[in-house]
Design a protein. Sequence first.
Lengths: 255, 323
Amino acid sequence: MKSTILKDFLSETGDLTRFTMSFFREAFRPRYEFSEFLKQCYVIGNKTLPLVGITGFIMGLVITIQSHPSLKAFGAESWLPSVVSVSLVREIIPVITALICAGKIGSSIGAELGSMKVTEQIDAMEVSGTNPFKYLVVTRVFAATLILPILVVLSDAISLYGAYLGINLKQVVSFDLFTNQIFEKLTFSDVLPSIIKSYFFGFCIGIIGCFKGFYTINGTQGVGRSANSAVVTATFVVFIIDLMAAQIADIFQIT
Amino acid sequence: MKKESINKAKLGAFVLIGTTCLILGLYFIGSKKNIFHSTIDVSANFNNVGGLMEGNNVRFNGINVGTVSKVTAIADTLIKVDFTIDEESTKYINKYVVASIGTDGLLGNKLVNIAPGKKGNQPLKEGFVLHSINPVQMESGFRTLSASNENIKMITNDIKGITGKINSNNSILNLLTDKSLSDNIRNSAVNFRLANNNTAVITGNLSKIVQDIKSGRGSVGALLTDTLFSGKLNQTIVNIQAISDSVAIISGNFKTISKKLENGSIAIGTLLTDTSFIQNVNKSMENIKQGSRGFSENMEALKHSLIFKKYFKKLKKGPKPLE
């Protein structure tokens, strides 16, 4: 039983690796499905922004309200903008955004491609001369990879505004002072690693969603399973990538 | 088709806003780190930088003017700190400024403080090595503080003892707080003032007396200033001296007489010093007493005798009245 689980896991990892290599092989080879790419960007970016924005706003507000008593105990209330901005920009917003995208984008891609697979639309595309991998997978993975960092940046901005409101619930801090304090403490080593890891988050969410959908079996039941599996795997991989990013940042002293 | 173009526009707006946010954020961060300003690189050497790192702020009189760009050890006890300073700020910073390593607040990040040194017009130039003051080590500070605490402890103990003594019944404080003492002192002061006044009056009187004496007024003045009187006084003193000499001679004579009396060399001396003579005198006195008692008895017998009875009766009746 154990050996079966391990064998399945290794087999799936191998398939995913091969799938990823296929993506790189197809990605830079013409013909480019630019229109589909833009459509996927719109679906992944614009359609996800409200959810990500609200989540970011709430996170900024909540983190500020929760941090306030602890910092007040040390008489360091004036540090609240700096502390909250660093924690939001470095860690919380990229991970939260990635998790939301894993839930929304991963599941939608998995379900969409899965249903196309089980209804043999992918096979039909192949027959009609369209490269399904290029049309379905490359566009979605690229869209997820490129849009997720933008979502993270926008979510950062919204969450910092939430933090500003959260600070002004307990004390009076002008917007100028708030922005001065956060940009005083934030460094490139806070912002750039979080943006870079967002690309990896986006890529993994896209590729896992596509992989799960592209290899859906067992009919409509398999579509649901693929969607579910895409979310779970993508979420897990997001945390793995976050851990690796933290380790790499520590190794290169990007703190 | 129309919907698709709207979606594309929305996507464009989404991407543009996101990218703008990212660029603005990076710009603000960079401007805080003086990346987008023209800067000059200067350095300072310290024995100990106390945890200073690249990116820490550089402040001139409390204003952020730059950031630390590099911290390197150049000898076993020498650390070179390179930092960039905003060129715009350098017009107020001359080459005599002094760099020191401080802390932002009590527990904040390390930073380089630049303080004005000597006055001068030579501005800071690229590559200049600033004068530096080594940072105060917290450990040595705490060590000194510990010694100070011990001293304070001893001093407070001493003060405690002193205050205990001050508060005790035998202290001088009780005297100071005693109301009767203050009343007495006040009365004494009043008396003293009165005495002073009296003294002033007396002094005035004395002065007048002395003046009178000097000018020969009054009996004492007359005495002291009269030359005739002084001559008489001298004569009197001479006489007194002669009398005293005579007295001395007389007393010498008395002394001789008394010696002779003691020795019995003269008749009175013999009488006074001879004990048998005194016994004889006592015996004679006894005999006289006995003789007088016998005479008294005889006289009583005579009164009762027939011959003299009549005479005594007549004597008793007294003299016969004149007819």
